[in-house]
Design a protein around this ligand. Structure first.
Ligand code: 13P
Ligand code: SF4
Length: 301
């Protein structure tokens, strides 16, 4: 039997659900029960009735699913799929920053131990709304400094980035010159980018949003050509799902690949589901405190 069919059969037999991030390769997205951005995946994990969640994304996403589901078995397709940004904000750094007395908004791209120290979580889809919801004109946000600046610009509040230069290596590759070149080459195109891109790149673009917000923007836009500044997995999804049907062309602002996201393969998903390998376990006390930060976010937006 073909690997895909075998995974689908196992999924039913074990009452498992496969959650996939927008950056996963097509072969993974095709067998997934749900594809989305970090916020949508957290919501999907929070409400699933399945006994097993197989997570196809990176470590912090699977940790979030496990934190929200202490009684379920959460498996990560690849143990090596570790987002380097998560390591940029260890729990001690959050604790130390909190001595300043401002609320700490923690980006979902962090480990549960760091979320446990923060006041509230945010994702790229809701950072500004989360900052706005807090009863303080100054807040701290980390580890992504570009997301902190984006949230400050959108909310009008002072947002202190902790650490001051946290970043995603995938989104650092985009330059304002890429946008200028795209504008002269494709004058009719719209340009959309992720909030992990540098502030100058964001300001030069037509729209800034999470991966799923970019997807929906592209679907609704009247433009026939859309230049996309994020990881290639989302662009390939847009081409497959929106491109053909709506006759739209998707052009990468520059080729950018997240090596860690691409470590998941169909073979690994099969092996992990069959043998219930790679369980994601979080210390109970850490999970309880991290859950508070995540649930507080889910209550806001
Ligand atoms: P989204 O939540 O926008 O999907 O972003 C996740 C991520 O890792 C971006 O690099
Ligand atoms: Fe982490 Fe960047 Fe990869 Fe997203 S794209 S998982 S932030 S390294």
């Amino acid at each position: 039997m073909e690997l895909k069919e075998e995974i689908i059969r196992l999924k039913e037999e074990k009452n498992a659900v496969i959650l996939s991030h927008n950056y996963q390769n097509a072969e993974i997205q095709e067998i997934a029960d749900f594809i989305g951005d970090s916020l949508e995946l957290a919501r999907a994990a929070a409400k699933t009735k399945a006994d097993i969640i197989v997570f196809c994304g990176v470590d912090f996403m699977a940790e979030t699913a496990a934190t929200l589901n202490p009684d379920k078995l959460v498996l990560i397709a690849s143990r090596d799929a570790r987002c380097p940004m998560a390591a940029q904000l260890p729990p001690e750094r959050v604790r130390e920053a909190k001595n300043k007395g401002y609320p700490f908004v923690i980006y979902v791209n962090t480990y549960a131990a760091s979320k446990a120290e923060a006041d509230i979580c945010c994702t790229s889809a809701n950072a500004a709304e989360i900052v706005e919801s807090l009863d303080s004109e100054t807040v701290m946000l980390g580890p992504d400094a570009n997301l902190a600046r984006f949230a400050a610009r959108k909310s009008g509040k002072k947002v202190i980035a902790v650490p001051s230069h946290g970043y995603c290596y995938v989104h650092k590759v985009f330059r304002v010159e890429d946008i200028e070149n795209a504008r002269s080459k494709y004058p009719d195109a719209e340009i959309i980018v992720h909030p992990e891109c540098d502030a100058e790149v964001q300001l030069a673009a037509d729209f800034v949003g999470s991966t799923s917000q970019m997807y929906r923007y592209a679907e609704k836009s009247a433009a026939e050509r859309i230049v996309v500044g994020t990881e290639v997995g989302l662009i390939e999804r847009m081409r497959r799902e929106i491109g053909k049907e709506l006759g739209k062309e998707f052009i990468p602002l520059r080729h950018a690949t997240c090596i860690e996201m691409k470590l998941n393969t169909l073979g690994k998903v099969y092996d992990v589901l069959l043998n219930e390998k790679n369980p994601v376990r979080i210390d109970e006390e850490i999970a309880r405190r991290a859950r508070r930060s995540i649930e507080r976010m889910l209550e806001v937006v």
